[in-house]
Design a protein around this ligand. Structure first.
Ligand code: PLP
Length: 396
């Protein structure tokens, strides 16, 4: 038996999305730029996918640009706003310390080009306030970019309020909504956003496709030069099957959203309750303002990597906050931004659920995690020091 609890990393494609894509792989395979019937059928499919996505987000199809995913959308949004700002002599950008690397590393690249970046502190509950944004805005601020919901700790930000503050100040507001779209009723008008990134594979659509919403009147810069696809803003033959699959997955996610939210919140609450029984642990992120399927904990005295490997042996696919991808064992920048000390941030666990998970799986996970944390502590020298009082516990 396998339990997949890593849906913030990526999701399984829905059958509906797969079925919707199939005709565009073998029957309707034309290039939308071609004038013949096959090409025009493909162009129609692309227009249809764009219209469906726009309808869900509450914008016009002309305001949607397809990209290769969330990372590209984030890059294009930020670099475009920076370019526009630079022309007016505005080279200050506001963001937060716990953004996805697609945002943070783009900002670092801009810093090397002379932009000044203010990264707002994140409160220990995983929240950033509109007031913080308001206080950081300067006459030379050209962009505010704050994520809709954090991918590690799940906290959902007050996007509409932040958007209102930005609009009043006349500053472009971008949000990385990759974790929110398909899970929360995101709406670009209600949320007062000017630019918004989304990614198909985070809501049961295909990988390698995303979109960027850009409010009319804001000039998008292209990152990829070539043909005139996407109104000249993103060259390259369009990925029709993926666009169709993403549109179908988004419709499906929206139709089931309320029911899924109820089921996810029930599982999330039981997990939080069950895991809170483990001594010396803490929930990461806001208690209530969090993604319906996100559970994130720190357990003192253990290594997240060991926990993940033992859970994998028990059939559970989970994630830790630690970014060990680059070979370094640096703890997650998100947990550090929330003020978790290094030694605590190392013992993190993220469970991100989908509507396919069950309460039986939740009960199994609580039992398995409780057992594995207990085992790892029993063999941990750090834990022994804590128990002997040689070191102070950080978590109650
Ligand atoms: C996954 C993710 C991205 C990157 O999206 P890709 O489509 O994988 O490039 C960006 N931001 C957040 C918050 C994410 O969770």
């Amino acid at each position: 038996m396998r339990i997949y609890a890593d849906n913030a990393a990526t999701t399984k494609m829905s059958q509906r999305a797969i079925q919707a894509m199939l005709p565009y792989l073998d029957q309707i395979y034309g290039n939308p730029s071609s004038l013949h019937t096959e090409g025009q059928q493909a162009a129609e499919a692309l227009a249809n996918a764009r219209a469906r996505i726009a309808a869900r987000l509450g914008c016009s199809p002309r305001e949607i640009t397809f990209t290769s995913g969330g990372s590209e959308a984030d890059n294009q949004a930020i670099l475009s706003a920076a370019k526009m700002g630079e022309r007016k002599g505005k080279k200050h950008i506001i963001s937060t310390a716990f953004e996805h690397h697609a945002v943070l590393h783009t900002l670092q690249a801009l810093e090397k080009q002379g932009f000044e970046v203010t990264l707002l502190d994140v409160h220990e509950d995983g929240m950033v306030s509109a007031q913080q944004v308001e206080q950081a805005i300067r006459p030379d601020t050209c962009l505010v970019t704050v994520m809709y919901a954090n991918n590690e700790v799940g906290s959902v930000q007050p996007i509409a309020e932040i958007g209102r503050v930005c609009r009043q100040a006349g500053v472009i507001f971008h949000t990385d909504a990759v974790q929110a779209v398909g899970h929360l009723p995101v709406h670009v008008e209600r949320d007062n956003v000017d630019m918004l990134s989304l990614s198909g594979h985070k809501f049961h659509g295909p990988k390698g496709i995303g979109a960027l919403y850009v409010r009319r009147g804001i000039a998008l810069q292209n990152l990829i030069y070539g043909g005139a696809q996407e109104r000249g803003k993103r060259a390259g033959t369009e990925n029709i099957p993926a666009a169709v699959g993403m549109a179908e997955a988004l419709d499906e996610a929206w139709e089931g959203m309320e029911e899924h939210m109820r089921h996810l919140v029930m599982m999330r609450e039981r997990l939080i309750e069950g895991l809170s029984q483990i001594p010396h642990c803490a929930l990461n992120g806001h208690r209530d303002q969090r993604l319906p399927g996100n559970v994130s904990f720190c357990f003192e005295g253990i290594e997240g990597e060991s926990l993940l490997l033992l859970l994998d042996d028990k059939g559970i696919a989970a994630s830790s906050g630690s970014a060990c991808t680059s070979g370094s064992l640096d703890p997650s920048h998100v947990l550090l931004a929330l003020g978790r000390p290094h030694e605590v941030a190392h013992g993190s666990l993220r469970l991100s659920l989908s509507a396919e998970n069950t309460m039986e799986e939740v009960e199994y996970m609580i039992a398995a995690i409780t057992e594995v944390v207990g085992y790892l502590r029993s063999i941990s020298p750090v834990w022994r020091d804590l128990e002997l009082g040689k070191k102070e516990f950080v978590l109650k």
